[in-house]
Design a protein around this ligand. Structure first.
Ligand code: CA
Length: 232
């Protein structure tokens, strides 16, 4: 399984060049050109290393670095800061913000690749998840099949993706808008009511073989919960 590298760089030409070279090294590259969505994308994709530009639109690299370090679930991910500033003071600022390494622009591609490799040596190997388990629900991610106890649960592709999302984040409440964006994708026009329709379908199929673990949170969304409080 390839290591994921999150590349946060607003200079498109440089980003594309880095993406190309990182992919050539066998990494999977996730590219963000603006600061705004970076934290949620990191949480969603859990990259092995983050390459973070100093000057970014929306949220600066230093701010993002601090935010990553303050979030328990992602704080251990190594960060390499990229900067056009060569001053010692900025380097110190970057390292105090929590960066693991610091590369000054212009840098050579082999140099950055070596830095990435060195950070990855510290990062744990990504383990390919083969199944998700919650209570009596088992999701086989390889065969893309769901079981409840000994029963095979036949789900449509959308219900499968919805359940996967919920099983990967047990207890976390997802808004309809967030589910729409991640399960259906950004470019498809679907009403948020559609989410309710598919959740209903998912519940109906899943609950044939056991109790209801999907929690509806009024005005907020849905979560997977062992003891869901019924609000609907
Ligand atoms: Ca920049």
């Amino acid at each position: 399984m390839a290591h994921k590298v999150m590349l946060v760089e607003d200079e498109e030409a440089l980003a594309l060049l880095l993406k190309y070279n990182l992919e050539k090294e066998g990494y999977e590259v996730l590219w963000e050109a603006r600061g705004g969505k970076v934290i949620s994308e990191i949480e969603k994709n859990m990259p092995s290393v983050i390459i973070l530009d100093w000057m970014l639109p929306e949220i600066s690299g230093v701010e993002l670095c601090k935010m990553v370090r303050n979030k328990p679930d992602i704080k251990a991910i190594p960060i390499i800061m990229l900067t056009a500033k060569g001053e010692e003071e900025d380097k110190i600022k970057g390292l105090t913000a929590g960066a693991d390494d610091y590369v000054t622009k212009p840098f050579s591609i082999p140099e950055l690749m070596a830095r990435v490799k060195s950070q990855l040596r510290r990062a744990p190997e990504p383990i390919a998840e083969k199944e998700l388990i919650f209570e009596d629900i088992r999701m086989d991610l390889v065969a893309k099949k769901v079981y409840r106890g000994d029963n095979y649960v036949h789900l449509g592709p959308t219900e499968f993706r919805l359940l996967k999302m919920l099983m990967e984040n047990v207890g976390k409440v997802f808004s309809r808008e967030y589910l729409l964006k991640t399960v259906w994708g950004d470019n498809i026009y679907v009403e948020s009511r559609t989410v309710d329709v598919h959740i209903r379908r998912l519940r109906k199929t899943l609950n044939q073989f056991g109790s209801d673990y999907i929690r509806t949170v009024r005005a907020s969304g849905y979560a997977l919960d062992k003891n869901p409080i019924k609000e609907d």
